[in-house]
Design a protein around this ligand. Structure first.
Ligand SMILES: [Zn+2]
Length: 370
């Protein structure tokens, strides 16, 4: 991902400052990483000013330096560091997470945390990890992963804090992060964490396999059938439609009426028993199959709306289309997950066993129409 990650510290002598930052680079830095004069003490020390920690993968180089290689970035990061370590919400000892920023200065997620230090003012030292990005959406999408890494990092440091606290008082009260955590290679570890985070592509673009509904489909004829037809005949026709059986009806208008229960472009299974609907004074059905004890939720909910006298025609259109879209999205989520038997996912999506005939048919259609 594009962006810059930085570790900041509230130094008792120098105030909020960036002590280390990692960014992507096309090539290794050829000369000393920066020309800035940076005041520092033991507490805000990390890698040397003239040093760079570098990791490389096939295409990209990840560079960690004391300050960013570009001066304008150094300024933006400094501003972000001040804000992340000075904000009201962030001054609690427990630390916390904050988003701030705009399109001009970039978008920032900041996570503040403290390390215990018997020599520090208030017995703790305050740090923050900030991620600065131009793209707000991309940044916010990266947050769950950043949170995971930070939690892991903080937990790893906890035992070290206790050890340091139990030690006597050194002459100099300012202590670097590596002294505080008892890990001489802590900045190397941070470099590797930051590098790993920058190398991850966190935004997963899902293919748009959606089958758009037609712009307008009127469920009014279907409402008429729901109210006038024999209930079982109506339910068989609905069930066959949404689970992929072929409907054979002389009257195209009748066939179309049931199609509102399906996304567009769905074609029935060819080898399934055909469901024949005939108008013999009243509509009757001939079908070799049998209705299950519980109908798929889509049918139950659709039938409820169609038969509800208090639901005006104008509201019925979005009611039915919304229902079909909902089940289309459920089917798509399952299709994308590539694991039809993931019971936890099915449960989360509200799919029950009586919905499976519908889901199985819709998944087949999604794979055909991808
Ligand atoms: Zn300092």
């Amino acid at each position: 991902m594009d962006g810059i990650l930085a570790l900041c510290h509230f130094c008792e002598t120098h105030g909020p400052c960036v002590i280390l930052c990692t960014q992507r680079s096309k090539e290794e830095p050829l000369q000393t990483p920066h020309t800035l004069t940076v005041t520092w003490c033991e507490a805000c020390q990390s890698v040397d000013l003239s040093q760079a920690l570098v990791s490389r993968d096939n295409k990209t180089t990840y560079v960690t330096t004391r300050t960013p290689q570009q001066q304008d970035l150094a300024f933006l990061l400094k501003q972000a560091a001040v804000r992340s370590l000075s904000c009201e919400e962030e001054t609690s000892k427990e630390g916390g997470t904050l988003y701030f920023g705009d399109n001009e200065r970039g978008h920032v997620i900041s996570h503040t945390f403290t390390l215990r230090d018997s020599l520090a003012r208030g017995f703790y030292r305050k740090y923050s990890i900030i991620m600065l990005m131009k793209d707000k959406i991309h940044l916010l999408n990266s947050w769950p992963m950043l949170a995971d890494v930070i939690n892991g990092a903080e937990q790893a440091q906890r035992p070290q804090r206790a050890v340091r606290q139990a030690q006597g008082s050194p002459r100099n009260t300012a202590r670097s992060l590596s002294q505080l955590t008892g890990q001489p290679a802590v900045f190397g570890h941070i470099h590797l964490w930051f590098t790993w985070m920058l190398s991850c592509e966190t935004v997963i673009e899902k293919p748009n396999a959606g089958l758009p509904l037609p712009p307008f489909r009127s469920p009014f004829t279907l409402r008429k059938f729901a109210n006038e037809w024999d209930e079982v005949v109506f339910q068989v026709a609905c069930f066959c439609t949404v689970t992929g059986y072929r409907l054979e009806i002389d009257d195209f208008l009748v066939k179309d009426a049931f199609q509102v229960l399906l996304p567009s472009n769905f074609t029935p299974f060819h080898n399934a028993p055909v469901c024949i609907l005939k108008n013999e004074d009243r509509w009757v059905v001939e079908w070799g199959g049998q209705l299950p004890p519980r109908l798929p939720t889509l049918i139950t909910v659709a039938e409820k709306g169609l038969k509800n006298e208090n639901l005006p025609d104008a509201a019925l259109v979005p009611y039915i289309n919304g229902l079909v879209l909902k089940w289309l999205h459920i089917a798509q989520s399952i299709y994308w997950s590539k694991s039809n038997n993931n019971s936890q996912l099915l449960q989360t999506l509200g799919v029950q066993s009586h919905d499976m005939p519908l889901i199985n048919y819709w998944l087949t259609q999604l794979s055909l129409n991808k």
